[in-house]
Design a protein. Sequence first.
Length: 211
Amino acid sequence: MAVLTYSVLAYDPLLGQAGVAVVSGSIAVGSRVPWGRHGVGVVATQAYTNPALAPMVLELLTKASSAEEALRAALARDPSPAHRQVAVIDYRGDVAVHDGEWAPSWHGYIVHPREPLVCIANLVKGPEVCRAAINAFLSAKGGLADKLLAAIEAGHRAGGDRRGDRSAALLVVGQTEYTPYYDRVVDLRVDYSDSPVRELRRIYALYTEGY
């Protein structure tokens, strides 16, 4: 299934949290793209998506020496890695990215040189979507979820998915009172909307108010 989209992944070592925010012109992007496990890492799997890659990477991260090693091992089991886009950040702060050459254009990514932060995208207006997202994340106030939301809002303003943005999701994993059995600090999604980023912001505001 194709999930043509843009995602921002980040890790905050001070909070012990990692997260993914994602927007797409496809329906229900939150059901397939963002994955995470507290103490292990976060993954976004997109383009012509193989949804098995993300849980495979997370499992491999518990045994691998690096995010890059886990990602390469997972892709070695994939029948068509040229169709995939995958980004990984582990709890060491290591970043690994695969940008398959057959992902729809514009496709590409930006890894921040000093922060555990990456934006990866395909079928978007252009690289300005990732640039805007990264810059917004770095300048945003608040916790990890707030920064991820600011990032996708900026990506949307910069042009977003060339088909129009139709779904969005925000996933942050970390320590909870139910750890290790439940690690989702934030897990919100908009499966279909004419304004999914704005709707996700509204739902997040209700969530943080304890609605």
